[in-house]
Design a protein around this ligand. Structure first.
Ligand code: PEP
Ligand code: MG
Length: 596
């Protein structure tokens, strides 16, 4: 391994004292004031096992994939370092270049490859052994520069082992009280582990506004920011930190005046939220009398209290994949049933829409451990994955059918794009029904409706055909925007281009809504725009009467609905749909919202 040439000071500069302000993309509103906690990758348990000779080549290929993955991650960070101002970006850049070198055909990579073959062990164990040996060698040389490199080598090793074991870091067990988490990246699974009673908010370097991590933050009501370039190299553990989720600002070591400003802003936000919560019993009706159904999106069972507290009409989207996360095995039918039963009972007659496993991309449960494929966003995910592994779908459908014996449930198919997929789900449901009936297990009667998520442009364009195979539609504008505009919803570098107000996205929403209305099936929107009052008039104007969103958004959207004239909104939507560019559309919408 070749360390970088020692012609630069290799330690990162000490953080400047005094107040520092960083600006990123605010993804969840609110103000957090707390203690900075730098979330690092942490140590991962290293499994060790024997690899038989005929599988050694496969093991080496698995290691090569992990190296390629680590190299991609480091390149991404390198690009971010380039964007940093001044010396800190330069220094960070040198460090990351050194990491990148370690991932090329270095002693580390060659050594691991050799160990897999010679020792006949798995790649994780080979990485650990090789790192230990390199570190020992460096330590024996009694050279201050090399000693400083030891942590870098360990860091690269941890990254490789994490990639190999596909271990989402299970952190957050020993947090300071009122922690403000600052991290390179939080996966949706990591975010699901955050306890809002202990965590005040978070800011990450990576991530887009419509990422599942951002969605989780909104669901948990945690102020959050992504795309926070430059933050990690300047922040120190234990520093006082403020997050303003609406403005997208992190302030480290705030001065007395700044702190007082954000304390009062926080108090104001909380007061406003309490006032809005008092609206829970007031109906969501427009000025001209149209009743709008406001449902909640739910990820974790613990959020059900929040759903009931805001007076949601039901759960319009249960992201069932969160039941599969942060565990090593797959949940059994009984476990899934127990989980659903609890929700059905708490909902007490309100409907529960359960989306079947939407695994893949950034939400691949460890127990599935499938290879990601060259393009995870377009790969074996969601309903495609469930149909490829029918045992997963059958187990899930059985649990849903059993849960449906205790209250209204609906089945929602994620990322459907063809009528054949819907037919296959119906066939599987039929088989599961017969199996349960043979065993006299009580199930939903009548059978639950089966709906399609409209989130692939092809599904929206074929909405007329899909409507005949579907009992309802739920338009997933997060993915619909991502796939229509070819913009990764989780990538902060293209976040400025991610725009649900693009005419192409709006046309697909309109086309799907009209197809549903023609086929007389219910249609809702459950993407993030459903929970943003800025879009309410437009969605209603396009014929949508059912919106499903993070529970914390319901009061804000309800308030907007109650000030809205549906006839006027419909007229404005017509004008908007004639516009060729999103800027003009945004202007027309914002003017309408401002009462102009
Ligand atoms: C969507 O894509 O709009 C959606 C609601 O699903 P998810 O955000 O879970 O992908
Ligand atoms: Mg989606």
């Amino acid at each position: 391994m070749t360390p970088p040439a020692p012609d630069h000071p290799k330690q990162l500069p000490p953080p400047p004292k005094g107040e520092q302000v960083f600006v990123g993309l605010g993804v969840s509103p609110g103000v957090a004031i707390g203690v900075a906690h730098l979330h690092d990758a942490g140590n991962v348990a290293v499994p060790e096992y024997h690899i038989p000779p005929d599988r050694l080549e496969g093991e080496k290929a698995r290691f090569a994939d992990a190296v390629a993955g680590a190299s991609r991650q480091v390149s991404l960070l390198r690009r971010k370092a380039d964007a940093l101002p001044g010396e800190s970006g330069e220094e960070l850049g040198y460090l990351l270049d050194a990491y990148q070198q370690m991932l090329k055909s270095s002693r580390l990579v060659r050594g691991v490859d050799r160990r897999i073959g010679v020792d006949g062990i798995n790649a994780e164990a080979a990485v650990q052994r090789e790192i230990d040996q390199i570190v020992q060698g460096f330590a024996a040389m009694d050279d201050a520069y090399l000693a400083a490199r030891i942590e870098d080598i360990r860091d690269v090793g941890r990254r490789l082992i994490r990639n190999l074991t596909k271990t989402p870091f299970e952190p957050f067990t020993q947090l300071p009280r009122n922690a403000v988490i600052l991290a390179e990246e939080l996966t949706p699974a990591d975010t699901a582990l955050l306890d809002p009673a202990k965590v005040a908010g978070f800011a990450t370097v990576l991530g887009g506004t419509a990422s599942h991590t951002a969605i989780m933050a909104r669901s948990l009501g945690l102020p959050a920011i992504v795309g926070m370039t430059g933050l990690l190299s300047r922040a120190r553990e234990g520093a006082l930190a403020v997050i303003d989720g609406a403005e997208g600002k992190v302030i480290l070591n705030p001065g007395a005046e700044t702190l007082a400003h954000y304390r009062s802003k926080r108090a104001e936000f909380l007061k406003r939220r309490r006032q809005l919560h008092r609206m829970r019993k007031i109906p969501a009706v427009t000025l001209d009398g149209a009743a709008i159904k406001l449902e909640a999106n739910l990820e974790l069972a613990g959020e059900i209290d929040g759903v009931l507290a805001v007076g949601a009409a039901g759960v319009g989207l249960l992201r069932s994949e969160f039941m599969f996360m942060n565990r090593k095995d797959l949940p059994s039918e009984d476990e899934q049933y127990a989980h659903l039963l609890q929700l059905v009972q708490r909902l007490d007659g309100r409907s529960l829409t359960i989306r079947t496993l939407d695994a893949g991309g950034d939400k691949m449960p460890r127990a599935l451990g499938f290879a990601e494929g060259p393009n995870p966003a377009l790969g074996l995910r969601a309903i495609r994955l469930s149909l490829k592994h029918p045992e997963i779908l059958e187990t899930q459908l059985a649990a849903i059918l059993r849960g449906g014996a205790h209250g209204p449930v609906r089945i929602l198919v994620p990322m459907g794009s063809a009528v054949e997929e819907l037919r296959a789900v119906r066939d599987t449901l039929g088989q599961v029904v017969r199996r349960l009936k043979r065993r006299h297990v009580p199930i939903a009667s009548p059978l639950p409706p089966i709906g399609t998520m409209i989130e692939v442009p092809g599904a929206a364009l074929a909405a007329d055909a899909l409507a005949w195979q579907s009992d309802f539609f739920a338009i997933g504008t997060n993915d619909l925007t991502q796939y229509t505009l070819a913009i990764d919803r989780a990538d902060e570098s293209v976040a400025h281009l991610y725009n649900p107000l693009h005419p192409a996205v709006l046309r697909l929403i309109q086309f799907s809504a009209e197809a549903a209305l023609r086929a007389r099936i219910p249609v809702s929107v459950c993407g993030e725009i459903a929970g943003d009052p800025r879009y309410t008039a437009l969605l209603l104007g396009l014929g949508i009467r059912d919106l499903s969103m993070a529970p914390s958004s319901i009061p804000w959207v309800k308030q907007r609905i109650r000030t809205l004239d549906l006839m006027a909104a419909t007229k404005r939507a017509r004008v908007i749909m004639d516009q060729p560019d999103s800027q003009r559309i945004a202007q027309l919408l914002d003017d309408f919202n401002a009462g102009n």
